[in-house]
Design a protein around this ligand. Structure first.
Ligand SMILES: [Zn+2]
Length: 415
């Protein structure tokens, strides 16, 4: 299995929006860009919503069949590790091997030494084609990088072998992710991480580093856009060089775990991948769930009632809901309306407050982030929530499709 150049990861917490999501990619295709759909769901989402990996496979297969999609598509076991991978092996074909927790755990001394010996030919001035300034690397830098990442790459390889043994190496797309950490990986670190993975014979096809800046859930990028641009461009060139140096699969590409809606950097990503003729995988998750709430609110009546209830419960339980996402949200409590206030809002006011239109007078990123992490509230509503999704399927589907096509794909691929 070999993933094509452009792919887009979509999460669907409650499993009702597969058709709307795929419709957005069909629109992109009709506009001239082939983007491969990948349905992703993390173990954390499954356990909060109470779904299983098989549900995602069924949803993807059903949507592909219903809409007559003839291209490739994948189901991503997102952010899995050795403790939970087994339930995903039969149902997924894209595996995000998350080894962030093992960063900074030291590999054994012999292995560290072997790495330094193997890679010391890169010490001194490391000139990467396309990057104007050479990087200066000392043997002690190699040691530091090895101590930081070698053990994590061994863990990634062990997890890969575990899956490949059961599934067959040709039947999966391996991604390695290290994004859920505080410190970004530099382009130089990325180069050596790719070298380590190649030494471990892990034929990765996508890699998700932690980029500079904040990737808060459901809201725009926060950080120095120019710094991101420089780093992203260097990462592209580093990958190119690493493919040649280490014999990695030629289609290895960056995977951006966007946390959804990184509108200000999408055009930069789009411009740079075009400039170097590179592929990209962009992963989103909660943005579809937010469109469900927007659609319910916009529908008025009982839909609006449910949207109000979602906010009230999320407001009451904000501490517990925010805890698992502490490093990837940034909510100013003073910027949150009270539930009583929200109960007085019109359908339009609610939808406009939640919908991500930067610069819109009603848009409130605090409100949006709280709802983003508040999907457990809807899961707890059980059939009340799911029935509302069915009753308002048309208006919600329109929101989901418009969001992915107009706000995400158009910005990324300059459509
Ligand atoms: Zn991630």
């Amino acid at each position: 299995m070999k993933i094509s150049k452009y792919s887009f990861g979509m999460g669907d917490r409650f499993g009702h929006q597969g058709n709307a999501q795929l419709t957005a990619l069909i629109k992109a295709k009709n506009a001239g860009v082939d983007v491969v759909p990948v349905w992703n769901k993390s173990h954390r989402e499954h356990s909060i919503v109470g779904t299983s990996p098989e549900n995602v496979r069924t949803e993807a297969d059903d949507s592909v069949k219903a809409l007559g999609w003839e291209g490739e598509y994948y189901v991503d076991a997102d952010h899995i590790n050795m403790s939970n991978v087994d339930g995903y092996i039969d149902h997924s074909d894209f595996f995000t091997l998350d080894v962030a927790d093992y960063i900074n755990e030291a590999a054994d001394d012999q292995k560290l030494q072997a790495f330094v010996n193997d890679f010391k030919k890169y010490a001194g001035e490391l000139q990467i084609p396309g990057i104007s300034e050479a990087f200066t690397i000392t043997e002690s830098d190699l040691n530091t990088i090895a101590k930081k990442y070698l053990f994590a790459t061994e863990k990634a390889a062990a997890l890969y072998r575990h899956i490949a043994d059961k599934k067959g190496a040709d039947n999966l797309i391996p991604e390695v992710s290290m994004d859920e950490v505080e410190d970004p990986q530099t382009p130089v670190e990325l180069f050596f991480i790719l070298g380590m993975l190649a030494k471990e014979n892990l034929p990765l096809q996508t890699i998700a580093p932690k980029f500079t800046g904040r990737f808060n859930k459901g809201v725009d990028y926060e950080g120095e856009v120019s710094q991101f641009e420089k780093e992203f461009e260097e990462d592209l060139l580093v990958i190119d060089f690493a493919i040649k140096e280490f014999g990695l699969p030629e289609n290895v590409k960056l995977s951006v775990h966007s946390g959804s809606d990184k509108f200000s950097i999408y055009p930069i990503i789009g411009k740079l991948i075009k400039k170097y003729d590179k592929g990209i995988h962009v992963k989103t998750a909660g943005t579809t769930w937010l469109e469900e709430v927007i659609g319910l609110a916009a529908a008025g009546g009982t839909g609006l009632e449910i949207a109000r209830k979602v906010y009230r419960k999320a407001f009451e339980k904000q501490e517990a809901l925010c805890a698992p996402y502490a490093t990837v949200i940034d909510i100013d409590p003073a910027g949150l309306p009270t539930p009583d206030e929200v109960d007085g809002w019109t359908a339009e006011k609610y939808a406009n407050t939640l919908r991500h239109i930067p610069g819109h007078a009603d848009y409130n990123s605090n409100f949006r982030q709280l709802i983003h992490v508040g999907y457990k509230v809807a899961a707890d509503m059980g059939d009340d929530y799911k029935n509302a999704l069915v009753e308002n399927a048309e208006i919600i589907g329109g929101c989901v499709e418009e969001n992915i096509f107009d706000r995400h794909l158009k910005r990324l691929f300059d459509l």
